[in-house]
Design a protein around this ligand. Structure first.
Ligand SMILES: Cc1ncc(COP(=O)(O)O)c(C=O)c1O
Length: 383
């Protein structure tokens, strides 16, 4: 029987990361010892206090449905961190699920979404599957968005008679570049959004801040109380498998997003939510990768590799083009394959994140020893 899939589903593509993980697993099954510098999660375990709290929650049978937008306790805790009302907070199964709910609620057919590139691929494909029209914005050499470039797109849309909501999707600290947008850049973007909000088009700024600690202090929200913030416990507390993410947004939007969650996903898992409540009492693990980042920087410098961004979060996105050739591979996919096959080191090809076939993504969220060993292996192979 040939199955006819929905029109929407044709936009969903297999993630190169999943392909990479499959390849790594099969090489490991053959006895190869792979250093995985492609991963998107911390080498650290979830802090014990958080795990203990979750065990306690199981013992207390806190295993039933919570409200679809999250438990009152967790929403209140996150609201306090962001200095907003609990009605402005929704919780779901990781940042990805929250973002999906927000996109579903805001994006109609042909609706423009401006997104700096390189970009997080699931958002690109997810928005396209909802019918949104993605405009990829070129960044500066440090992978920071350029406000004048955003304005150029906004002006072109308005000149073409667009009336309605334009979404601007930011991501800082960035995946895959590790770029952190400075306060002055973030402020400029918020001022631009404010100016254009007063015109015929509405602007929704959605800021994915999954690699920041949970809280107001570094958030885009400081400059724009109307923004939608997407956050997560996955990266800040090494809790990727617990699947707890959240969104901060105007209450009216939170109500609609809650309807989506009630309809399509139901509540996030209750034990994960209890764990997240305890996480708010713990130090985030976000600063644990500074030495690794330093190590990477020294290595780039010594090998004369250009790398913009890499100021925070988990990743660096170096330009390997001086080393791409017939022997090492002439593009990012062949280059990454060469590293995996010959050096037993996994990195993610840059092409997965947009038109960046000269780059590969390397993570800082591994141990210093693993990173050092991985870089040594790469150097031996490519130089
Ligand atoms: C920018 C960005 N947003 C969202 C996510 C997904 O986070 P979560 O595990 O909370 O769904 C990731 C994970 O890699 C990410 O890099």
């Amino acid at each position: 029987m040939s199955t006819q899939f929905s029109f929407r589903s044709k936009y969903l593509e297999p993630s190169p990361l999943q392909d990479l993980l499959k390849k790594i697993k099969s090489l490991q099954a053959d006895g190869r010892e792979i250093i995985n510098l492609g991963v998107g999660e911390s080498f650290l375990n979830t802090p014990e206090a958080i795990e203990r709290h979750a065990q306690k929650a199981i013992n207390l049978h806190q295993t039933r449905y919570t409200p679809a937008s999250g438990s009152i306790e967790l929403r209140a805790g996150i609201a306090q961190r962001y200095r907003v009302k609990p009605e402005q907070v929704v919780i779901s199964n990781g940042a990805k699920s929250v973002a999906t709910a927000v996109f579903w609620t805001l994006i109609d057919q042909d609706q423009p979404v401006l997104m700096p590139t390189p970009h997080y691929p699931p958002y690109f494909f997810g928005i396209k599957s909802l019918g949104g029209k993605v405009y990829l914005l070129e960044c500066d050499k440090n992978f920071v968005p350029v406000t004048s470039e955003m304005e150029r797109y906004l002006q072109a849309l308005l000149a073409n008679g667009f009336v309605g909501l334009i979404c601007l999707l930011l991501n800082t600290p960035n995946n895959p570049t590790g770029a952190v947008y400075s306060d002055s850049v973030v402020k400029e973007i918020s001022q631009l959004a404010k100016r254009y909000r007063q015109g015929t088009a509405g602007i929704a700024v959605i800021s994915d801040e999954c690699y920041y600690p949970v809280g107001f202090e570094q958030s885009y929200l400081r400059f724009d109380p109307n923004a939608v913030i997407i956050g997560s416990f996955s990266k800040a507390y090494a809790m990727t498998g617990w699947r707890i993410g959240y969104g901060i947004m105007p209450a009216e939007l939170a109500q609609k997003v809650t309807l989506y969650l009630e309809t399509f996903s139901g509540c996030p898992n209750s034990i994960g939510q209890c764990a997240a409540v305890e996480a708010l009492n713990q130090e985030p693990l976000i600063h644990c990768y500074a030495k690794q980042r330093e190590l990477l920087w020294c290595w780039f410098k010594r090998l004369n590799i250009f790398c913009g961004g890499a100021d925070g979060g988990f990743y660096a996105f170096p330009d390997f083009s001086p080393f791409m050739n017939e022997k090492n591979g002439i593009n990012s996919i062949l280059f990454a394959e060469h590293l995996l096959n010959q050096a037993n080191v996994a990195v993610v090809p840059g092409i997965a994140f947009g038109d960046f076939d000269n780059c590969c993504r390397i993570t800082c969220a591994v141990s210093e020893n693993q990173l050092r060993a991985g870089l040594e292996r790469i150097e031996k192979i490519i130089c």
